[in-house]
Design a protein around this ligand. Structure first.
Ligand code: SAM
Length: 232
């Protein structure tokens, strides 16, 4: 058996612990310090891709669309978003931890075929929440996979994103009929209620971790109405 080799360590802001990148042959793993376990493994990425495919389904033929991906990770959602939009579209990816971006420019890039080298990719290093401040009508789709889901795991600070106030801010940042797609390890009925309260039209999908097998993950699809007065 090939042993794991540690490639890098990165601090998570606000004393959130550490991320550790390791490689074993062609397999990569990003682990959280302590007992919190594996955040991502390069062999398991189906639901991360489906997040982008479902989130971008309504804009696949739209020229000049702008998509925001929250959380670069191993780049699978970013790569799938780039495949799901037109050649004149842009995909901004926000990543909190600078080392994750460096790892993707280096050894991790091969996992999702180097999506950061696509000229349509724009990198924002920092908290994705910053991009929801005073930027009305900016994005056609927002794809969030920054945590274990609305209940969080890596960053307590991310809870704001899933709060009523956070969802209202995200809605304001979306263009009319824009799509918010959120990855979650499991269902959350209270979160679905908050999405509806923020006037989103909500659809909830269950997607397997690997094609046809593995854990069941949840993707919340929340579409902004055409007019803010539309009640869904
Ligand atoms: C589970 S991984 C994302 C996996 C990604 N969907 C993929 O396809 O590989 C979560 C990523 O979100 C980043 N992250 C966590 N909180 C964030 C925030 N508030 N803003 C931006 N990135 C964040 C983490 O550093 C990590 O790289």
């Amino acid at each position: 058996m090939i042993p794991w080799k540690k490639l890098g360590i990165a601090k998570i802001p606000n004393d959130g612990g550490e991320l550790q990148l390791s490689q074993r042959g062609e397999e990569f793993s990003i682990r959280l310090s302590g007992v919190r376990g594996e955040l991502m493994n390069s062999r398991v990425f189906n639901s991360e891709q489906v997040l982008a495919e479902l989130g971008c389904a309504t804009i696949k033929n739209k020229p000049d669309a702008h998509v925001l991906v929250g959380g670069l990770g191993m780049g699978y959602t970013l790569a799938a978003a780039l495949r799901s939009v037109t050649s004149t579209s842009r995909v901004t990816v926000a990543e909190l931890i600078p080392e994750v971006v460096e790892w993707n420019k280096g050894p991790l890039g091969q996992c999702a075929e180097n999506p950061l080298s696509d000229p349509r990719s724009i990198v924002h290093i920092g908290d994705v929440a910053k991009l929801f401040e005073n930027k009305p009508n900016s994005y056609d789709a927002i794809l969030l996979d920054v945590d274990n889901g609305p209940e969080g795991l890596t960053q307590a600070d991310n809870n704001w994103l899933y709060s009523q106030q956070g969802l209202e801010a995200i809605s304001n940042t979306l263009r009319p009929e824009g799509m918010l797609a959120i990855w979650s390890a499991g269902g959350d009925s209270m979160f679905a209620i908050r999405l509806k309260k923020a006037r989103f039209k909500v659809d909830i999908k269950t997607v397997r971790a690997r094609p046809g097998k593995g854990s069941h993950h949840t993707i919340f699809l929340a579409q902004k109405p055409w007019q803010s007065s539309d009640i869904r």
